[in-house]
Design a protein around this ligand. Structure first.
Ligand code: S3P
Length: 445
């Protein structure tokens, strides 16, 4: 992995700018997997090119799905007669927990024997959130290594209809069960502690599947398999957040417009938070596309007198779950103490993100405390450019880069190339916006 080098402090956005961003990572995972089981080909435009989504492709090809790239679109054609592999394959989903959990749900629903596995970081992440409810619905799943972790063996047996309760707030977990239910053609009801991002139910509804949803439950009924000939993935609001975050720190009246962003309310927590701090935020030209609200997002800079923030409700935390390292980075520039609580699930991301965010920000000289479920940041103190860790976590690398752009001097973000997991165009887009962000010399490892 190469480092990310940032020359900061010499940027002033004098003019308004516009930028486009990659397709949403969560939606890309979902549409790619669904296309593999729907009848007929699906042409997907704007699929996220990051490592996490790409990790699904070899698995689908092994299952007999044809993937053809042409004119920037990917056409996904399932094998005639559906997915029926000749052997029991081991799928390595790298570090992508979304890919691993959703594929586990889908193959359990179809009763296709396989082993779901990943790299060392994925092997450290909890799978029981998905395995336990799938087993309650009749899936035959076995841990082959450490209990609760991949590798997991799926044995014969299809899902049956039923009800399950999810004890964690996780869109990956609820979606894995929904994928299983959909693939099995069974009615399943999931009761929830709190809602999280709802892309799966929006996509299923767009297909014509009947889904009943409240804040406490999701029920999939009347399952059918209509074709989805075309899909346009909207821009990733999490990717937008890192570009916006870098611009916001510069202050001033210039506005950044991010075009064609998914404006699903379950994803906008970071932007809502900026609005509460006094940053000008608006959403324009909103239209519903394939069941998702999509539009242009406009973000201003930190105003004079920007206010510290407190996020303490689980729904709000989840609406910005991937942007918490970035929010904490911005908080270091806001005079006063900001806090984020109810964020215990960050312990189970690519890194233990509360601890790793604290350590990354401390490397800039920031005053940050972390508990098992919260972060407190004392902002407005002097910070310094220097050498900071990313811990191989893409959200940390991009949060560090956004902050480093505001600090005079050169920052080296160790292993910062990991931004390619979700946003391979990140450093190019940052340069396009006028920031000094480059990868270090040397071969990518
Ligand atoms: C995702 C859900 C979130 C998020 C992750 C992608 C998804 O995780 O952090 O990057 O695609 O469903 P949770 O499972 O904690 O909601």
């Amino acid at each position: 992995m190469r480092d990310l080098l940032v020359s900061g402090g010499d940027f002033r956005a004098l003019e308004d700018r516009s930028v486009n961003i990659p397709g949403d990572k969560s939606i890309s995972h979902r549409v790619l997997l669904l296309a593999a089981i729907l009848p007929g080909p699906t042409r997907i435009n704007g699929l996220n090119e990051g490592g996490a989504v790409q990790a699904l492709k070899p698995a689908l090809q092994t299952l007999g799905v044809r993937l053809e790239e042409k004119d920037g679109a990917l056409t996904v054609t399932p094998p005639a007669g559906g997915l029926r592999p000749e052997g029991v394959y081991r799928f390595n989903l790298g570090s992508s927990s979304t890919a691993a959990r959703l594929l586990l749900g889908l193959l359990s629903g179809l009763g296709i024997p396989a082993v779901i596995d990943g790299d060392a970081s994925l092997r450290a992440r909890p799978m029981d959130w998905v395995v336990t409810p799938l087993r309650q619905l009749g899936a035959n799943l076995k841990y082959l290594g450490i209990p609760g972790r991949v590798p997991v063996l799926i044995e014969n047996g299809r899902l049956r209809p039923g009800q399950v309760r999810l004890e964690v707030v996780s869109a990956q977990a609820s979606s894995a069960i929904l994928f299983g239910a959909f693939a099995a053609g069974q009615e399943v009801e999931i009761s929830l502690v709190a809602p999280s991002r709802d892309h799966t139910t929006r996509l299923l509804r767009h297909l014509g599947v009947k889904v009943e949803e409240t804040r406490e439950s999701i029920k999939i009924v009347d399952v059918n398999y209509p074709p989805l000939p075309e899909y346009q993935v909207p821009g990733d609001p999490s990717a937008a957040a890192f570009l916006a975050g870098a611009c916001v720190c510069q202050g001033g009246p210039a506005k950044l417009t991010v075009e064609q962003v998914c404006l699903n309310p379950t994803r906008l927590g970071f932007f809502e938070l900026l609005g509460e701090c006094g940053v000008a935020i608006d959403y324009a030209d909103i239209a519903e596309r394939y069941g998702e609200p999509v539009g242009n997002l406009r973000v201003g800079g930190f105003p004079p007198g920007v206010r510290p923030f407190h996020v303490d409700q689980v729904g709000r935390t989840h609406a910005m779950i991937d942007e918490i390292p970035l929010a904490a980075a911005l908080a270091t520039l806001i005079p006063g103490t900001s806090s984020i609580s109810q964020a215990g699930e960050l312990a189970f991301k690519e890194t233990d993100r509360l601890q790793s965010t604290r350590n990354m920000l401390r490397a800039f000289g920031a005053e940050v405390e972390a508990t098992p479920d919260s972060l407190q940041v004392r902002g407005g103190l002097p910070l310094k450019a220097g050498v900071v860790p990313s811990f191989g976590d893409h959200r940390l690398a991009m949060a560090a880069a956004a902050l480093a752009c505001a600090l005079p001097g050169r920052t080296r973000i160790l292993g910062g190339e990991c931004y390619q997991t979700s946003f391979p165009e990140f450093s190019e887009k940052m340069r396009y916006l006028g920031f000094g962000v480059h990868l270090s010399e040397g071969a990518a490892g």
